[in-house]
Design a protein around this ligand. Structure first.
Ligand code: FES
Length: 86
């Protein structure tokens, strides 16, 4: 596992929340302390990606420089696990 923290940003705007970003945040809170320590979690109320996609890209999550669109927990978990294993 790298010493550098994973930058994880989850949108908590209305459309992303309606489409599941709260579930993602809930799942993150259930990660082991070791994994949570490796993640720098931040939230933002709307990245304006909902407007750009008419809501199709929501929920929007960014993991380091990678945007996950229509992000579900499995997508976020896979992206995190890939980085945590490095
Ligand atoms: S509500 Fe998430 S990008 Fe706008």
């Amino acid at each position: 596992m790298s010493d550098e923290k994973i930058q994880l940003m989850v949108c908590t705007g209305a459309t992303c929340t309606m489409k599941g970003s709260r579930d993602i945040l809930n799942q993150i809170s259930k990660l082991s302390a070791e994994k949570r320590d490796a993640i720098d979690l931040d939230t933002q109320r709307c990245f304006a990606r909902c407007e750009a996609s008419d809501g199709l890209w929501c929920p929007c999550v960014r993991v380091n420089d990678e945007w996950l669109i229509e992000a579900q927990w499995d997508d976020v978990r896979s992206a995190l696990n890939k980085l945590l294993d490095d």
